[in-house]
Design a protein around this ligand. Structure first.
Ligand code: LR7
Ligand code: MN
Length: 650
C-alpha cells in the first residue's frame, strides 16, 4: 500500500514532486539559510550584523573569531539614537512598561554597532605593555532581551584585544524569555564558539549570587562584571587589566556612559548637570532632568569650537555654554566634568554620585590616572579573580538586587584594598526606570534591599549602623539571617573599622551626630510641631516644612546643627528665602552652594536665629505640611522656641 503510494508520487507526479521539493527548500532557506534576527516582539526580520565567520564548520575560538564589519548606514550607528516610525511607535508604552527600555528601537540597531570614542584624547595615545593579565567577562541576566544582550557580547568581543579576553560567561538567572534559551545557545555556539559560555542557574539566584556563580566558573586572571545591557567602548579593557597588574588589590570601575532608554543613543557621561537657581538667587548645578536627557539625539562632540559655531549657524537665537572642565588650583591637573563624580552613599544605604572631592582631584598626577572612589554603583567592575574571592566575593545570602555594591565598596577599603575609577575605560549602560523581573526575594518579606542592607550594616558599619536604622525603624530587631561567615572575613583580614573608612576614605561624608551642637528631632514644644522634609527627594532644593512630631521615629524629622553652624540634613543646609526684612521662608539647598546664608544660631529651648537676617524660625499660625517661616524675633514668643532631641556635651 505504502510503496504503491510512493510509486504513484514519484513516477506519476514527478513534476509535482519537484515543485514540492523546491517549496521545502525555500522554507528551509527562509528559516536557516539567512542570518536575520527576528524581533522578539514584532517577529519581523531585522537588520543583521555582517558576520563574516558565518556558517563555518570549525568551532570558533580566539584565533578564528573575526570582528564583523560595522553595518554602514544602519540605524543607531556611531551611537546615534533611533527614531521609530508612527507605525512602529504604536503601543510603545506597553513595551516600555514591560521592559523599561525601548526594545523596538534596540531591535532596529545592528547587534554590532559603531560608537563615538568618548575617551579623553590622552587615552587614545597611551600604549600598554603586551603582556597583561587576561580577563573573563561575566554577564548575568534575568529577563533581558536578545538585542541588548548580544550587543553587550559583541561589544566586548570586538573591542577587547584577543590575547586579553579569556572568555565571556553569560549567566542566565532563570529567564522567562523563550528566545534566551536554546536559541541563544545555538547562536552563541555558531558565532562565538569557545569564546562565550552560557551557564544556566539551577534556581533563581538573584544578581548577587549569580555574579558569584559566574566568577567561580571563570578562568581568566581578572574577572569583569557587566550588566546585560551595556556597550563596551574603544580600548575599555587594557587600562583595567593594566592597573590590576600594577595593583592586585585594586577593584576597578570603568566610567559609565549613558545609553538612553528611549532612543538607545550613546552619550558621553550620564551624570551631566544643568544650571539652575535657588530662590535665594544663587546659581546651582542640578543633575540633568530626564525630560532634557531623553530628548538629546546624540553624544557630545570632542572638539572645543566647532560645535558652538555649528549650533549658532543652526540657531542664531541660542546662547551656548561649553561644558566646563576643571583645572586644579593645586597642581594644574585637568579633569573633565564627564568624569567629575565619585560614588557616595546615603545613610539609608542607597548609592549616590557626589562631585569629585578636591583632595582627590588634586592628587591626580594626570587627568587620565585611575582615582579612588568611596563607593561604586555596582554593575560594572573588575577585580583580580583570586583577590575577589580572598576578600569574600559577594555575600551569598543577599537576595535578588541591592546592597552588594556598598558592601563590596566598604569591604575592599576596610580590608586593605582600594576602589578606583578608570577614566580611560568607558562602558555604556542602558539606564532603565524599572526592572523587568520580580524584585521580591524569599526572605525579609520581599524587601530585598532592606534586608541586604541590614546584613551589610551589621557586618561592616559598627555603631554607624544606627543611621541606617534611623531610616528604617521598621527593620529594628528583624531577622537578617546568619552573618557569621561574613564577620569571619573581617576578622581574618584584620580589617579597619568603619570609622577608619569615614575618616580616611570619605572624610566629606557628613556624620549626623558628630561635630555637631545638637541633633535629632527639632521640636516646637508649645505646638508639638517639628521641622520636617515631608519625605521630599533631597537631591536638589526643597522647602523646609513642619509636621506633627513623630517622637524620633521619622528620619524626615532628623536634623543636625553642625559645628559650622549649619542647620542641616545629610547633604543639604537650611537657607532663608525672600527679600522682605520681616518674614522669609526657608529651604534646604546643597550645603556647598549655600554660602553665608546657611548660618544659624540656637540656644537650648530658645530660638533658632538665621544669622544674616537676624530673623527667628516661627510656627505661628502654621499647621502640618506648611513651609516654616522666619519672623522678627520676640524673646518670649512660644512659637519661636525650639528643642533638639539631643544636645552634644563636647
Ligand atoms: O534576579 C536578578 N538576576 C539577574 O541576573 C536580577 C537582575 N539580574 C541581572 C540583570 O538582568 C542585569 O543584567 O543583573 C543585572 C543588573 O540588574 P539591573 O540592570 O536591573 O540593575 P540596575 O542597573 O538597576 O542596578 C545597579 O544596582 C544593582 C544593585 O544590586 C547592581 O549592582 C547592578 O549591577 C547595578 N547596575 C549598575 O551599576 C550599572 C550602572 C548604573 C549606574 C550609574
Ligand atoms: Mn543595569
Amino acid at each position: 500500500m505504502l510503496t504503491s503510494h510512493l510509486y504513484w508520487f514519484l513516477y506519476r507526479r514527478r513534476h509535482k514532486f519537484l515543485i514540492f521539493l523546491i517549496i521545502i527548500f525555500c522554507i528551509l532557506f527562509f528559516f536557516y539559510g539567512n542570518d536575520y534576527k527576528v524581533s522578539s516582539e514584532t517577529k519581523k526580520p531585522l537588520d543583521k550584523p555582517k558576520i563574516i565567520s558565518n556558517k563555518r564548520k570549525i568551532r570558533i575560538n580566539r584565533e578564528t573569531y573575526s570582528t564583523p564589519e560595522p553595518c554602514q548606514g544602519c540605524p543607531g550607528e556611531n551611537g546615534q539614537g533611533v527614531q521609530l516610525t508612527a507605525e512602529e511607535s504604536k503601543n510603545l508604552d506597553v513595551v516600555m512598561k514591560k521592559e523599561f527600555f525601548n526594545l523596538r528601537a534596540s531591535d532596529k540597531i545592528s547587534l554590532w554597532r559603531s560608537l563615538p570614542d568618548t575617551r579623553d584624547q590622552l587615552c587614545k595615545s597611551t600604549e600598554y605593555p603586551k603582556d597583561l593579565p587576561t580577563a573573563s567577562v561575566v554577564i548575568v541576566f534575568k529577563n533581558e532581551r536578545w538585542s541588548p544582550v548580544l550587543r553587550t557580547v559583541y561589544s566586548v568581543l570586538n573591542r577587547s584585544p584577543k590575547h586579553l579576553l579569556n572568555e565571556v560567561i553569560l549567566v542566565d538567572d532563570q529567564s522567562d524569555i523563550e528566545e534566551m534559551g536554546q536559541r541563544l545557545d545555538d547562536y552563541c555556539e555558531e558565532h562565538f564558539g569557545d569564546l562565550v559560555r552560557i551557564l544556566r542557574a539551577p534556581t533563581r539566584l538573584g544578581l548577587i549570587k549569580a555574579k558569584n556563580y559566574g566568577a567561580k566558573n571563570a578562568t581568566g586572571d581578572v574577572v569583569v562584571f557587566l550588566d546585560a545591557h551595556c556597550e563596551a567602548n574603544a580600548g575599555w579593557l587594557e587600562p583595567i587589566v593594566y592597573r590590576i597588574q600594577q595593583k592586585r588589590t585594586a577593584i576597578l570601575c570603568p566610567i559609565i556612559d549613558g545609553i538612553n532608554s528611549y532612543a538607545l543613543s550613546y552619550h558621553r557621561g550620564f551624570s551631566n548637570t544643568v544650571g539652575t537657581f535657588t530662590w535665594s538667587l544663587h546659581f546651582s548645578w542640578s543633575n540633568m532632568f530626564s525630560r532634557i536627557y531623553n530628548t538629546r539625539k546624540s553624544s557630545v562632540d570632542p572638539f572645543p569650537l566647532e560645535p558652538l559655531l555649528l549650533r549658532i549657524k543652526e540657531k542664531r537665537s541660542a546662547i551656548l555654554c561649553p561644558g566646563i572642565d576643571m583645572i586644579s588650583d593645586q597642581n594644574m591637573a585637568y579633569g573633565g566634568t564627564g568624569d567629575g563624580s565619585v560614588g557616595g552613599f546615603w545613610w539609608s544605604l542607597h548609592f549616590n554620585w557626589v562631585p569629585i572631592p578636591g583632595r582627590i582631584r588634586n592628587a591626580k598626577k594626570s587627568r587620565i590616572d585611575p582615582y579612588p572612589s568611596p563607593t561604586m554603583a555596582g554593575g560594572l567592575l573588575a577585580a583580580h579573580r583570586e583577590y575577589f574571592f580572598e576578600i569574600g566575593g559577594y555575600d551569598d545570602d543577599m537576595e535578588v538586587w541591592g546592597g552588594e555594591n556598598l558592601e563590596i565598596s566598604f569591604r575592599v577599603w576596610m580590608c586593605g584594598g582600594s576602589l578606583e575609577f578608570v577614566p580611560c575605560s568607558r562602558v555604556g549602560h542602558i539606564f532603565r526606570p524599572g526592572h523587568p523581573y520580580n524584585m521580591t526575594g524569599e526572605k525579609g518579606k520581599g524587601d530585598v534591599h532592606g534586608r541586604n542592607s541590614m546584613r551589610l550594616a551589621e557586618v561592616w558599619m559598627d555603631d554607624y549602623k544606627r543611621f541606617y536604622y534611623m531610616h528604617r525603624h521598621d527593620l529594628k530587631g528583624k531577622d537578617f539571617g546568619d552573618v557569621e561567615s561574613r564577620r569571619e572575613i573581617r576578622k581574618r583580614l584584620n580589617c579597619h573599622s568603619f570609622k577608619w573608612y569615614l575618616d580616611n576614605v570619605f572624610p566629606e561624608k557628613f556624620i549626623l551626630d558628630e561635630n555637631v551642637h545638637a541633633y535629632g528631632e527639632v521640636r516646637n514644644p508649645s505646638s508639638s510641631l517639628c521641622l520636617d522634609t515631608l519625605g521630599r527627594d533631597e537631591k536638589g532644593s526643597i522647602s523646609l516644612s513642619i509636621f506633627s512630631c513623630q517622637n524620633g521615629v521619622s528620619a524626615n524629622q532628623y536634623f543636625s546643627l553642625s559645628k559650622k553652624d549649619q542647620l542641616r540634613r545629610e547633604d543639604t543646609c537650611a537657607v532663608a528665602l525672600g527679600q522682605d526684612s520681616d518674614t522669609m521662608t526657608v529651604s534646604l539647598s546643597p550645603c556647598d552652594y549655600a554660602g553665608s546664608n546657611q548660618k544659624w544660631v540656637h540656644e537650648k529651648r530658645g530660638s533658632i536665629v538665621h544669622y544674616p537676617s537676624k530673623l527667628c524660625l516661627d510656627v505661628e499660625g502654621l499647621s502640618n505640611n506648611d513651609q516654616v517661616k522666619l519672623r522678627k524675633c520676640e524673646p518670649n514668643k512660644l512659637s519661636q522656641k525650639w528643642l533638639f532631641e539631643h544636645y552634644s556635651t563636647t
